[in-house]
Design a protein. Structure first.
Length: 383
């Protein structure tokens, strides 16, 4: 039987995920259309790459400010203002032209995503009971918006151009405001005094996961398959990107169930090591077989980190620990495309992905040996 506290936790987690799901297409559709229609936005391809990375780079410094606002104001205003910012960005893409006009919109979205991402993770781990299950369902809900919009945006852009697409994306993002209005509004413990700490195993894993899967893999897939398609490039690219989110809808809840059944740490280590094997195969030239396997493994791993962080962190520090892991992942995801651009033209892909896989394997093994924090363990009640 579901207790009122668990039912409330499930609802809050779902509403936070719905807010991000509605707002996320304002960003994801740009990843699809900006490189293909760079000239219509009056930017070069190189400038488009910088713009697509800018939202991650600003979060490296900005997460601290977002976490401070989130702690003081709570989920409802954070998500509401973040969805409003996403709508402003989408409307801006309908008229803005040139690198310097688009850059502020990318920076604004980066801060908006930080708030939405922090809320979804905090809501899924608010109650230790069922945290992994809620995290998996949350990732599935988040993926719905991008999965529906990517192929639709590709079709519309091919007929009407990219600009009108963003007006429609902004319209559907309004649904996120309705979900945000149903979130709780309460403060969290204030952010502790900032002090330098050596990165722990979860920090390194977050960094290397972002570097490999959000950076080297995505850019490498594009680089090594760019000659594969010619006609209907927009639709093919949109469908391929949508399949990634479809995988999250189907598999992330399964990843959460596996974490509840076998333990999140054990599942994370196992799936990370399997990902390392797939990265080596991908770099060795078996492109589509191992690319599909990597997408599956990534979707299964997405819900694992928040419950692990919650189990290893005192409750008063949980929100700020989640923000810290997100920063490390963004650092890796920001470095990955730059490393791929520099090294893929001059280095064997097998060597590049093998080295990255080896580093990820070491970090995953280290995560399995890090102890649970006693204060966090006391908060966990078995079902």
């Amino acid at each position: 039987m579901t207790t009122p506290d668990l039912r409330r936790a499930d609802l809050d987690s779902r509403h936070a995920a719905m807010s991000l799901s509605a707002a996320l297409p304002c960003d994801i559709v740009l990843y699809l259309l900006l490189p293909m229609y760079a000239e219509q936005f009056n930017v070069t391809l190189a400038q488009a790459g910088i713009l697509l990375a800018a939202n991650r780079l600003v979060r490296i410094a900005g997460y601290r400010w977002v976490a401070r606002f989130y702690s003081a104001r709570g989920d409802r205003p954070t998500c509401f203002y973040a969805v409003c910012a996403a709508i402003v960005c989408a409307l801006g893409y309908t008229v803005a032209s040139g690198f310097w006009a688009l850059l502020p919109l990318r920076l604004l979205w980066g801060m908006a995503f930080a708030g939405l991402n922090l809320s979804t993770q905090a809501m899924s781990t608010a109650n230790p009971v069922g945290a992994a299950r809620r995290s998996g369902r949350s990732r599935g809900v988040i993926a719905v918006g991008p999965m529906l919009w990517l192929p639709l945006a590709a079709l519309l852009a091919a007929h009407y151009g990219p600009r009108p697409v963003f007006a429609l994306v902004a319209l559907t993002a309004v649904l996120g405001l309705l979900a945000a209005r149903r979130l709780p509004q309460h403060a969290y413990p204030p952010q502790p005094a900032r002090r330098w700490k050596m990165p722990n195993a979860l920090d390194w894993w977050s960094f290397l996961e972002g570097l490999t899967l959000d950076g080297l893999f995505i850019v490498g897939l594009s680089y090594m398959s760019k000659q594969s398609f010619s006609e209907h490039a927009e639709l093919i690219a949109g469908v391929l990107m949508a399949l990634r989110y479809f995988g999250e809808i189907v598999l992330s809840p399964l990843g959460g169930w596996l974490a509840e059944r076998f333990g999140a740490v054990k599942v994370l280590v196992t799936l990370s090591l399997a990902t390392c094997v797939a990265l080596v195969g991908f770099g060795g030239g078996a492109l589509w077989l191992f690319a599909g396997l990597i997408v599956i493994l990534r979707a299964l791993q997405l819900p694992l980190l928040p419950p692990i962080v919650a189990a290893r962190t005192p409750p008063a520090e949980r929100v700020h620990a989640l923000a810290g892991r997100a920063i490390w992942r963004d650092i890796g995801a920001g470095m990955g495309p730059m490393l791929a651009g520099l090294l893929l033209p001059v280095m064997s892909s097998l060597w590049l992905y093998s080295v990255a896989a080896a580093a990820l394997a070491v970090a995953a093994a280290a995560c399995g040996r890090e102890p649970v924090h006693p204060a966090a363990a006391q908060a966990v009640v078995k079902q």
